[in-house]
Design a protein around this ligand. Structure first.
Ligand SMILES: [Cu+2]
Length: 356
């Protein structure tokens, strides 16, 4: 039944179009073909000119209206270069856009069909072809060249004083790992991933470098004016570390670590003062459509001073102690000073026993 209606509607649509075309043909015959042609030429030329004027006013209006909504000044040193590149690209393409669009629609209006002149047949000019091929090619090469230069910089070796944070994406959250006092991230192996036993990242516990690695979720702490190198990975599908305030972005690919580094310029606190927004937070978003909960993959980047960072890190326990509580020195201390078990505790111990 549905198919029948679709076919019927299509047939009707075809019939109506055909009838309209036929009717307008009769009208032009009655009016005199030349006259109606001239009239429709004039109308079309005028509409094209209107389209240009209204379109350009629209472009200007959107620009004025939406410019307060664009991102504030880059919050990273490297982001400044990326902004400059973006502005140069917009300036060049904007200039070309304005010139070509005005020429296109103005010519269509000015040189509309007329009895007073005949179109000049001008099929080919080598010199012009070379000019309009070579100039854009040079402009694009320069733009792409700068892009590649900064790309290699950001993805290349970080300065020696850089701190390291490992970022792991999964459906649907971000995990962050800090190397601890030794400055080395312990080895990982995907088969070791075992969230039930406090090993969500698959840290290899035989590697001593893992003993002091700190694992946190949701918030990533980094230090102002100190380069930070992100080592990025994923556990399931491709995610993407998006840091718009810093103008940084990098895919998180399962099995293939990616890296990027940048230097934050302002602490979260400074940014709150700068933006006048007391609730400002640096956001880490997932910039890759990674599944149903993609939009909820929001993390917070806290940029703070070195002292604040050290204080925060000192409050974090290495993941190793979560996986092996008996190795935790604070637990061992507790054991020696522990009071006699209360009756409630004995009850719970017994219930655990009976469960087994
Ligand atoms: Cu994602």
């Amino acid at each position: 039944m549905q198919t029948f209606f679709i076919v019927a509607i299509l047939l009707l649509g075809f019939l109506i179009t055909f009838q309209i075309a036929k009717a307008s043909e009769y009208v032009s015959v009655l009016r005199g073909e030349e006259k109606s042609k001239r009239q429709s030429n004039r109308v079309n030329a005028f509409l094209l000119l209107m389209f240009l004027i209204l379109g350009l006013i629209g472009v200007y209006y959107c620009n004025v209206r939406l410019s307060p909504k664009i991102l504030h000044e880059s919050a990273s040193v490297q982001g400044e270069k990326i902004d400059t590149m973006l502005y140069i690209t917009i300036a060049i393409t904007g200039f070309v856009f304005i010139i070509t669009q005005i020429s296109l629609f103005w010519f269509a209006f000015k040189y509309q069909a007329s009895e007073e002149r005949k179109a000049y047949y001008y099929p080919h000019n080598n010199r012009w072809e070379v000019i309009w091929t070579v100039i854009p090619a040079i402009a694009l090469t320069v733009l792409v060249g700068f892009g590649i230069f900064y790309w290699f910089k950001i993805t290349g070796n970080a300065p020696n004083n850089a701190m390291t944070v490992e970022v792991t994406g999964s459906q649907f959250q971000w995990d962050f790992r800090y190397p601890g006092k030794d400055g080395v991230l312990g080895k990982k192996f995907y088969r070791e991933i075992d969230p039930a036993n406090n090993n969500p990242l698959g840290q290899v516990w035989d590697d001593p470098a893992n003993y002091d690695d700190v694992h946190v979720t949701k918030d990533m702490h980094i230090v102002v004016n100190r380069p930070v190198k992100l080592i990025i990975g994923a556990k399931d599908v491709i995610h993407d570390v998006g840091l718009p305030a810093f103008r940084m972005k990098m895919d998180a690919v399962p099995g293939t670590p990616t890296t990027m580094w940048f230097t934050p310029k302002f602490t979260t606190q400074q940014m709150r003062e700068k933006t006048g927004n007391p609730n400002f937070e640096y956001e880490i978003s997932c910039d890759q459509m990674c599944g149903k909960g993609h939009t909820g993959m929001r993390g917070i980047v806290i940029v703070e001073t070195q002292e604040e960072f050290d204080r925060w890190l000192a409050t974090q326990k290495p993941q190793y102690y979560a996986a092996f509580p008996d190795k935790d020195p604070s637990n061992q201390k507790k054991d020696t000073t522990q009071a006699k078990p209360t009756s409630a505790m004995v009850g719970s111990i017994n219930s655990v026993k009976t469960k087994q």
